[in-house]
Design a protein around this ligand. Sequence first.
Ligand code: ADP
Ligand code: MG
Length: 494
Amino acid sequence: MRCWYMGLINQQVTNFVKIRSYPHCFMNTHELWQATLGELELKLSKAHFTTWFRNTFIVDYENHQVVVGVPNTFTKAWLEKKYHKDILNALQNITEQPLKGLGYQVETRPVEPKAIVFESEKQAAIAPEPQQAYEVAESLGFTTADQASGGTKPSSLNKNYTFNSFVVGKQNELAYAAAQAVAAHPGGIYNPVFVYGDVGLGKTHLLQAVGHHIKKQNPNANVLYASCEHFTNDFIQAVRSGRAKEFKDRYRTVDLLLIDDIQFITGKEGTQEEFFHTFNALHQENKQIVISSDRPPKAIAALEKRLLSRLEWGMLVDIGAPDLETRIAILQIKCQKRGIELTRDILHYVASNISSNVRELEGALNKIVAYHQFKNLDATLETVTPIVDGFDLNTIKKTVSPKHIIQTVAEYFDIDISDVLGKSREKRLAFPRQIIMFLLREEMSISYPSIGQELGGRDHTTAMHAYTKIQRVLKEDDQLKRDLDLIKQKMYSG
Ligand code: ADP
Ligand code: MG
């Protein structure tokens, strides 16, 4: 390794660090970062490098932990998500020291270069390698390690979906009470509990809150959360691979079974039959079952009669759209969780204008937060209004075109635009391609045939399939949700 900071030896030596293999070399945080940037510049395209590493610096290096200062939370999220490993490797290459931690912090003021003090070689050698960025500051919430995964694995519960974070209003109080009752006395008189209501009104949240509560009371309780789709796929795969018994053992021995969106069982006879037996087995053992659906049992088409009667056995509760006060309270709780403050005026404006569904309310809040953090602005009613009104009054929406969406997604996944538009069905291309089609539909309301055209002359059915697939996966996969959040922020930031 070259020793480009030799000249610094003559400066205040005590302020600089001794590098392990180069005892004659000293370094401070500023030089270390310059050297790191030098390595990164070689690896990344010029556009990426300048976009993401401009105005970054090392805030602190202590105890084998590095904190990198970044100009805004958007950059922070991007570095964590996309360049964490590269930065980590570059830092370790240069210092020839393993790092225990690498985090990012929004810091707009320059920080004085600081001497880096390495501990003894021995200590350094046993420092574990951080695989993930660690948190150094409050962030948008899409960072680090094993954040809740919403349910791609059957028993994984989203850690945010608890009773504590559920706001109770007139339209959901019965469902909330039922959920609390079975959480307190599982397998009692309310079995099953069947919660139904439109999309985005908190059904999944409530189901999982029951799971959390029971797990908290009894960490050994066997709680299984599965979307109906997961249950179906699991069952089909088990049968195909001769593991039907394993499947039965898994589903019929739980203490609490949470089945989300059961309406998707419509027309699936084999799955209905299996679910019927699962239900009976659990019910007989007084094990609690909680089910959600977007409609009441009777309205689920092609549902076997005997299963219908089971679903109606226990407690049927519906959830309606929250009223204004509840919507404001929901926004308040979401803001609190993220450490953001918005004035009552703003909350009122958002809640008054987005009334149908809590998911949309959260979506609006995400957009508001992302926009203001990216622009480093304080939110006021004037800046929030155009965002709530649909982005179209201001500059934001105008920057989005099909080309821009394709470019942003390709950049996010590090793939070439020509490959995305090309014929290859490789998975690394197929998935981003589906995301592009989803965004073209969702963000620009483009027709399916036109989406096919934009994507290199594909059939409209491919676009339709992509849209429904991503929509479905999004329901279960928080990681994809975070990916899309980042992509959208990038899209709208121009
Ligand atoms: P559904 O399953 O009915 O489609 P979700 O449970 O996924 O809806 O809710 C969508 C989003 O809205 C989630 O982030 C959830 O936390 C939030 N949400 C819904 N209702 C409430 C509520 N009453 N209090 C707090 N958050 C809520
Ligand atoms: Mg749901």
